[in-house]
Ligand binder design. Structure first.
Ligand code: MLC
Ligand code: AMP
Length: 510
């Protein structure tokens, strides 16, 4: 529909004329562009028939499947707000999201229906549906007889399309509110910048509950009218099978480390590839170099976050410059990035400071946290990313940004963010624990691994394995420390603050 800012309308404008072409290929079956329109249409009709208030949230914690993508598109088409949840989240974590976001609908795997229904009851979430990895469940049953022809809801650019929860430094997750404009402007910029075309084939192996897999990867292919090979997760055998027919792949650094770890991953396997993209966590120069040597391809590293989607990218077009290891490239067209000192004043190139950003891609604020939102924006509208970086530096042109650290206490493990404070609060509540500090240490597979340093209560002996098992009861497994060390006292500075840098140094080799 002309003039409709609805993200689906923007994406659909890129679908190919011939809707009988394959849009999504999976090992089991293929889906055409007609299927995408019809299934997102049926689900949107069904959601609309629920007569939900404008801006109602649809919370979704399901395994990755083509139908899960249809549900996302349907939610957007119906003018509702999509709220994806990591499948690893446990009951107590999901309870927080349902309480905070007050969704009208929750869609879960049928195996979780028992506890999700109980939570829905407790949190007054009126509608519960199931959707399984094979595309079956009460959601699809309910939509099966709904009209496939659905007129995408007319949305204003600033209407919300999605809320993505990102953990907070205080331990409380914050919902980043993303509008149709945030998402579509970023998709359009990346479409052009990364040279997407209808001839591309995207190897999609990322989870679809985060920015990287849900927006950057899926929108890229949808807007280009390009086919996606849709795999439920990173699986090296499957990746090796489908890479020869693919032209684009996106992954967090662990994906590239694992591909390189397999001797079958060769130049020949990549013979049709046009672009490998890495992001969500720092790509080590050694991975970048080894990849180039093995495949002849130079990984393109980019930088972004849930609150902003994509911010910077190394050049795609060689005419714009080289892809430089250790940098995240230049601000994307329309995005402004500055590096500032503690007084929010820009610092010269070559100087490390805080990274702040502005642009049509930057979110409007945190869900029901006006104060937190105010704190995270400067008076003149720049968003404080919490990342430390510099433009230029030794041997690097001044137009390139490098991320060198974080002012936020955050661990990124295999592309998942883990906030130490959240884990420390759970550890400290375990019997026999006096206090704890959670740190990230270098890990060859995950980039950083979560490690806990625990001070037992006087005279108590604690068992690391038992503690890990207990933590798995309430925390997603990826947040559970891979190792727990015991210590009699945490190192503190004169202000009483735990010196995590000392702990990181002490425990970096396990
Ligand atoms: C799984 N585990 C992890 C983990 N993923 N532990 C730490 N970090 C992770 N990322 C746990 C599992 O639960 C299991 O523990 C054990 O580690 C081994 O699991 P595995 O079989 O090796 O894990 P696998 O299923 O292969 O998953 C690893 C992975 C996956 C790297 C493929 O984590 C992944 O796809 N990560 C991508 C995350 C992502 O999309 N990030 C984008 C965020 S968006 P146990 O105890 O269960 O046996 C963003 C913005 C931006 O940041 O810029 O893009
Ligand atoms: P999230 O909150 O999950 O969206 O994670 C966003 C954070 O991931 C950013 O603030 C950065 O700290 C980090 N990040 C994303 N891409 C990169 C990258 N290419 N290099 C370093 N850090 C990155």
């Amino acid at each position: 529909m002309e003039g409709n800012a609805n993200l689906y309308a923007v994406l659909a404008a890129g679908f190919p004329q011939d809707r009988t072409k394959i849009a999504i290929e999976t090992p089991e079956r293929n889906y055409t562009w007609n299927d995408i329109e019809a299934w997102s249409g049926r689900l949107a009709t069904m959601l609309s028939d629920l007569r939900l208030p404008a801006g109602a949230r649809v919370a979704v914690q399901v395994q990755k499947s083509p139908m899960a993508l249809m549900l996302y598109l349907a939610t957007v088409r119906a003018g509702l707000v999509y709220l994806p949840l990591n499948t690893a989240y446990k009951e107590s974590e999901v309870e927080y999201f349902l309480t905070d976001a007050e969704p009208s609908v929750i869609v879960c795997d049928s195996q979780n229906l028992g506890w999700v229904s109980a939570l829905a009851n407790k949190t007054n979430t009126p509608h519960v549906f199931t959707l399984d990895a094979d595309g079956s469940g009460s959601l699809v049953d309910a939509a099966a007889n709904s009209h496939a022809a659905f007129q995408t809801v007319q949305s204003a650019p600033d209407d919300l399309a999605a809320i993505l929860y990102t953990s907070g430094t205080t331990g409380r997750s914050k919902g980043a509110m993303l509008s149709h404009r945030n998402l579509s402007s970023n998709a359009e910029v990346l479409n052009e910048y990364w040279g997407w075309s209808a001839d591309d084939v995207l190897l999609h192996m990322l989870p679809i509950f985060h920015v990287h897999g849900l927006f950057v990867a899926s929108h890229g292919a949808l807007l280009a009218g390009a086919k996606m090979v849709w795999l439920p997760k990173l699986d090296i055998d499957q990746a090796l099978k489908y890479l020869p027919e693919s032209t684009v792949m996106m992954g967090v650094p662990t994906y590239y480390v694992r591909l390189l770890g397999d001797p079958r991953f060769t130049r020949d396997v990549c013979r049709n590839m046009r672009l490998f993209i890495s992001g969500s966590a720092p790509l080590l120069s050694e991975t970048f170099n080894e990849f180039k040597e093995r495949t002849g391809h130079t990984i393109l590293e980019r930088y972004g976050m849930s609150e902003t989607i994509m911010l910077t990218s190394n050049p795609y077009d060689p005419a714009q410059g080289e892809r430089l290891a250790g940098t995240v490239g230049m601000p994307l067209p329309g995005v402004s990035v500055r590096v500032v000192d503690d007084a929010d004043q820009p610092v010269p190139a070559g100087t490390i400071g805080s990274v702040q950003v502005r642009g049509p891609n930057v979110f409007s604020g945190y869900w029901r946290m006006p104060e937190k939102t105010r704190e995270e924006f400067t008076a003149d509208g720049w968003f404080r990313t919490g990342d430390l970086g510099l433009f230029g530096g030794e041997g690097v042109p001044d137009t390139y940004l490098s991320i060198v650290g974080r002012s936020k206490d955050l661990i990124i493990s295999g592309g998942y963010n883990v906030y130490p404070k959240e884990i420390e609060l759970v550890i400290d509540a375990l019997p026999g624990v006096n206090e704890s500090a959670v740190i990230g240490v270098p890990d060859p597979d995950f980039g950083e691994a979560v490690v806990a340093v625990v001070v037992p209560r006087d005279g108590q002996t604690l068992d690391a394995a038992q503690m890990q098992a207990a933590l798995k009861g309430s925390l997603a497994n990826f947040k559970v420390p891979k190792r727990i060390h015991f210590i009699s006292e945490l190192p503190r500075n004169t202000m009483g603050k735990v010196q995590k840098n000392i702990l990181r140094e002490q425990y970096k080799n396990g």
